[in-house]
Ligand binder design. Structure first.
Ligand SMILES: CC(C)(COP(=O)(O)OP(=O)(O)OC[C@H]1O[C@@H](n2cnc3c(N)ncnc32)[C@H](O)[C@@H]1OP(=O)(O)O)[C@@H](O)C(=O)NCCC(=O)NCCS
Length: 184
C-alpha cells in the first residue's frame, strides 16, 4: 500500500529531536542517530541535504546526504554520500524511503550535484537507480570494500556527463571517516 499525504521538506534545527527519534526507532539502536548528530555539526560535510518526510503532522522518515570529494581532484566534482536513510518501523514498506531518495535527487540536481554514492543493500537502492559496484566505474570507497560486497558500494549519476569526468577514491566527510562505518 502506498501512503497518501506524505510531505517532504528540508529539515531545520528545530527538527533535530524528530530526526533523532526517527533514526533511533528505524535502526533500533542509538548509533546511527549519533552519527547523524555528528554529521550535522561537521563542517566538512557541508552543505548537507537533510530531508524529513511527514505523514500529516508526524515526522516519519529522514534522509541525509553529506558532501564528499574525489581524492586528488581540485576542485572535486560535486558529489554526495547518502547515509543514513531511516523510516519509522510502522511506516516502512509504503514507499516513503523511495520518496525521500527521489526528492533528494531532485534537490541535489537543483544545486548542481553530479553524483550520489551509497553503501547499502544491493537489493534496495538499485530500485531507485543506483548502479551497483561503483568501484567498477573507477570510484573506490573511502575504505576498501570486500570483493564479495563490491555491489553494495553504489553510485547514482545525477548528470549525464558523469562517466567522462574524473575518477578516483571517494573521500567522505570527517564524521563518516572511520573504517568501522565502511563494513557492509
Ligand atoms: C530501508 C528503509 C529506509 C526502507 O524504507 P521504506 O520506506 O520501507 O522503503 P520503500 O517503501 O521505498 O521500499 C520498500 C521495499 O524495499 C524493501 N526493503 C526494505 N528494507 C530493505 C532492506 N533492508 N534490504 C532490502 N530490501 C529492503 C522492502 O522489501 C520493500 O519491498 P516490497 O514492498 O516490494 O517487499 C527502512 O526499511 C528502514 O528505515 N530500515 C531500517 C534502517 C535501515 O536499514 N536503513 C538503510 C540503511 S542506511
Amino acid at each position: 500500500m502506498k501512503l497518501k499525504n506524505i510531505q517532504i521538506r528540508e529539515a531545520n534545527r528545530s527538527d533535530f529531536d524528530d530526526v533523532m527519534k526517527i533514526e533511533k526507532e528505524a535502526f533500533g539502536q542509538d548509533e546511527e542517530a549519533e552519527i547523524v548528530s555528528q554529521l550535522l555539526k561537521d563542517k566538512s560535510a557541508e552543505p548537507v541535504m537533510s530531508l524529513l518526510a511527514f505523514k500529516d503532522t508526524e515526522a516519519v522518515g529522514h534522509i541525509l546526504f553529506t558532501k564528499a570529494k574525489i581524492e586528488a581532484n581540485e576542485p572535486s566534482p560535486s558529489i554526495y554520500i547518502l547515509a543514513p536513510l531511516a523510516v519509522k518501523p510502522e511506516y516502512q514498506r509504503q514507499g516513503i524511503g523511495g520518496m525521500l531518495i527521489n526528492e533528494g535527487f531532485k534537490k541535489l540536481k537543483e544545486i548542481g550535484a553530479e553524483m550520489v554514492f551509497v553503501l547499502g543493500h544491493e537489493s534496495y537502492y538499485p530500485r531507485y537507480g543506483f548502479k551497483p559496484n561503483a568501484g567498477s566505474f573507477g570510484f573506490a570507497a573511502t575504505y576498501p570494500i570486500l570483493d564479495k560486497n563490491a555491489d553494495a558500494w553504489m553510485v547514482y549519476p545525477l548528470s549525464s556527463k558523469w562517466t567522462n569526468k574524473v575518477t578516483g577514491r571517494v573521500v567522505c566527510a570527517d564524521a563518516l571517516n572511520k573504517p568501522e562505518y565502511w563494513i557492509e
